[in-house]
Structures are given as C-alpha cells and as structure tokens.
Design a protein. Structure first.
Length: 191
C-alpha cells in the first residue's frame, strides 16, 4: 500500500497527524488542479488557487460529510468535485449579493462587466446536474476536465475508462452542454 493510500485511510479515520503528513504529498497535484481552474476565472476573483486547495482539502479530510476514498485516483477526483462545488457555491453567493442579497445599492454605471458575472458558472453547474441524470459518466468527465483541469486522458485513467470511451463521453457532453446552454463553438471559442 502506498503512503498516500495509507495516510488517506488514517486521515479519514480521524488521525490528525496522518492528515498533516498527507497534505505535502498531494499538495502539488491539488495546486495544479486549482491553478488550472482559477486560470479560467475573471481577474479579481476573491478566491485564489491556494485558498481553493485549502478549502477543498478541508472538505475532503476534515468535513463532516467527507467522502470515503480508497486511493489516490479517488482522492484527485473528489478534490476536483470539491473545487467545483466551492466555486459554484461562491458564484451563487456573489450572484445573490448582486441581486440584492444584503448589499448596498450600486449605481448602474458601477456594475461589474459581464466577464465578472458568476451567473455563467451557476448555469453551467445547473446544466451539468441535468446531464448527470442523463449520463453520469459523461458528467464526471466534464467535472474532471473543466473543474479539475484534467486532460481527457487523465480523466479516463481516474475513472478507469478506455481513452476511446472517455473521448466519446467528452464529445457527447460537450455537444449536450453546448445545446443546453444555447451556445455554439464559435460563441464560446473553445473546443
């Protein structure tokens, strides 16, 4: 059994020392995931990659509703999902505040540009939840690729899929989400 797996099991059992020893072993990988995710965010985002890593780690190891993880692949997949949830929750809070959720009124000229509007991530997350009911595997590929910064090949490995299956799921999910969000490749500029 590798050190990460052993420490992961011990940390999930409540061993604080194991949790402290685990973080340095997975930090670079989590930081890479978070940096890839934050690179797509608008400038001036109130979270940074380090904060995202720490919040995800706390949710995975120290939270009450932490998932049961048996090995490094599951840990990375769960970290990508935790980061997705953190960013979507953050976007929902910001959107609620912009819609009068307790903030002071701001003159229309002072509003943020559309690029700073977190609404798109909330819409993407809602569409992703609908996709998950239709095709959970395709939705998981999207979560790992879009929110976790994994390549399709990495997502295939994490999920135990063949590369061909992962690419097929990615192509389906991308087309389905594009349709669900009313976007075309020309509009989004992404392939």
């Amino acid at each position: 059994m590798c050190d990460v797996t052993r420490l992961l099991e011990a940390a999930q059992a409540g061993d604080r020392q194991a949790a402290a020893e685990l973080l340095p072993l997975v930090y670079d990988e989590l930081r890479r995931l978070a940096a890839a995710r934050m690179a797509a965010e608008a400038p001036g985002h109130t979270l940074d990659a380090t904060a995202l890593v720490h919040e995800a780690y706390i949710r995975l190891i120290g939270g009450e509703n932490r998932p049961t993880l048996e090995h490094r692949r599951q840990f990375v997949a769960a970290a990508a999902e935790a980061m997705r949830r953190i960013l979507v929750d953050h976007a929902r809070r910001v959107r609620a505040e912009k819609r009068g959720g307790g903030g002071a009124r701001v003159p229309i000229d002072d509003l943020a540009s559309p690029a700073d509007d977190p609404t798109d991530w909330v819409q993407v997350d809602d569409a992703l939840e609908r996709l998950a009911t239709l095709d959970p595997g395709a939705a998981e590929i999207v979560r790992l690729k879009v929110y976790g910064g994994a390549s399709v090949e990495d997502a295939a490995e994490l999920l135990g899929l063949s590369r061909a299956s992962a690419y097929r799921d990615w192509a389906f999910a991308r087309a389905w989400l594009r349709d669900a969000l009313g976007r075309s490749e020309q509009k989004s500029g992404k392939r």
